[in-house]
Design a protein around this ligand. Structure first.
Ligand SMILES: Cc1cc2nc3c(=O)[nH]c(=O)nc-3n(C[C@H](O)[C@H](O)[C@H](O)COP(=O)(O)OP(=O)(O)OC[C@H]3O[C@@H](n4cnc5c(N)ncnc54)[C@H](O)[C@@H]3O)c2cc1C
Length: 426
């Protein structure tokens, strides 16, 4: 087992860190100022051009074809770079590695027709447009995608969509020109195959019948790119805008969420590392009752526990990246991805909570990134499915293996009968 990052990853990481230090960190205050005022920063496109010029582009897409813009990295090589991007969450866009575009590009790479690639994948790969992925709905428990009700019906050579979606990330961005909509097939409302009842439709934006009703704040933070509620009323698109096959929406959504979830987890590790650094520096410098906070044993415990938990989580995330690269079967991959999704969200809230406590009241203010990062960690425990659903996946996998063992663990009992039994070599 090799624990060092590869030479290639190390080389790109050095470049990315130097780029961040030189161009991104100096823009952080300006970006935060724009976020507070709710205006899109006007320097992002320039930064994107610079990053692309240095090859720091589309690093999160292992399926990048020869000739596509950017640098193709494996998931494992991308992990430390995503971690570095996580330190300034807005910067993933500069490298064209931001959610939900990264997941949507992966989805299109796997499923789009040539015409769909031309229309949407190419401009997304070039960072000319943005996109959103619309699955969750206010009227049904969306953690169970078989519930989704937004309908699509075929009418002549058109698809007609009706429904309401919410918390759709990215839909408020002025360059959002593609909405990938998960719809229930009109004729299959009583389908005996609940996982075959949905299709994905590519809706160009703006589009008649699509109305962005509001940008929903997440615990008092309003994202510039939005987490939007969207009404779709008699939205008509050409039948050729169907992505993949009719009824394959669920399967495609599953595969799309794999890498997307892993990218979130990779960035989480970087955010937690930053919080720990901030907490350590603060604990060394701040004095109470005649000594630095870092001399208090509870503060040392918090720092130590944070280090242990970050390192554990990183190893799990890297293992999943490796499983993605080596084509691990879905049966093995599903519980592994579910596990890191739970671990990452919980890690982030835990680490931020400790760091905030070390900072005192300042930790709750916008003067440090901690409060926003706590909120994001809390959101992570819901977005792309709540913890409980992922835990169910992990538990089911564990129990399936227990069933296969057929009670073999009973050999480890030491009941009175077993203590008296003669030794039997198996
Ligand atoms: C910041 C943010 C960004 C988001 N971005 C997007 C986006 O871009 N696109 C999109 O489509 N959606 C997005 N979402 C929505 C997100 O994916 C859903 O909120 C999530 O899937 C849960 O669905 P729900 O809110 O309907 O909760 P519900 O399905 O109503 O579930 C509520 C609770 O029920 C419990 N529960 C559910 N199932 C089980 C179970 N099997 N076992 C035990 N308990 C269970 C859980 O505790 C869960 O939290 C985003 C959400 C947030 C917060």
């Amino acid at each position: 087992m090799e624990f060092e990052i590869s030479a290639r990853a190390a080389q790109w990481l050095t470049r990315l860190e130097a780029f961040s230090e030189r161009y991104l960190l100096p823009h952080n205050a300006a970006w935060q100022r724009c976020a507070v005022r709710g205006v899109q920063p006007d320097f992002i496109d320039d930064l994107k051009s610079l990053a692309r010029g240095e090859g720091l582009w589309n690093l999160c897409l292992p399926l990048l074809a020869d000739g596509d813009p950017g640098t193709r990295l494996s998931n494992l090589d991308y992990a430390p770079l995503a971690e570095a991007m996580g330190r300034l969450p807005w910067t993933a866009e500069v490298f064209n590695c931001n959610a939900p575009d990264s997941g949507n590009m992966d989805l299109l790479q796997r499923n789009a027709t040539m015409a769909q690639r031309e229309q949407w994948l190419v401009p997304l790969l070039e960072g000319r447009i943005r996109s959103a992925f619309a699955m969750s709905e206010p009227d049904v428990a969306s953690s169970d995608p078989t519930n989704l009700q937004t309908s699509v019906r075929r009418q002549g050579d058109e698809l007609v969509i009706n429904g309401r979606k919410w918390f759709i990330t990215g839909a408020a961005h002025p360059q959002c020109q593609l909405l990938v909509v998960m719809c229930r097939n009109d004729e299959s409302s009583d389908s005996a195959r609940p996982h075959g009842a949905h299709s994905m439709v590519l809706v160009p934006l703006p589009c008649e019948g699509v109305q962005v009703l509001r940008n929903i704040p997440i615990m008092q933070h309003t994202a510039l790119d939005g987490h939007c509620e969207i009404l779709l009323r008699d939205v008509r698109v050409p039948a050729s805008n169907l992505l993949g096959a009719w009824g394959e929406g669920f399967a495609m959504a599953q595969s799309r969420l794999g890498p997307g979830r892993v990218h979130h987890c990779m960035r989480t590790i970087g955010q937690c590392e930053l919080a720990l650094e901030l907490a350590c520096d603060r604990a060394l410098e701040r004095r109470a009752f005649g000594k630095p906070l870092s001399d208090q044993s509870n503060v040392q415990d918090w720092i130590a526990m944070s280090r242990l938990e970050i390192d554990q989580a990183r190893l799990l995330v890297l293992r999943v990246a490796w499983m993605l690269d080596t084509g691990a079967p879905g049966q093995a991959l599903r519980p592994a991805v579910a596990a890191i999704k739970v671990v990452a969200g919980r890690l982030q809230t835990q680490i931020m909570d400790r760091a905030i406590q070390i900072f005192g009241a300042m930790g709750l203010s916008p003067d440090t990134p901690l409060a926003w990062l706590w909120t994001w960690g809390r959101a992570l425990r819901l977005m792309d499915g709540p913890d409980e659903v992922h835990l169910r996946t992990v538990a089911r996998d564990e129990l399936a293996r227990a069933k296969k063992r057929g009670g073999a663990s009973a050999a480890y009992f030491t009941t009175p009968e077993q203590l008296d039994a003669p030794v039997r070599i198996r």
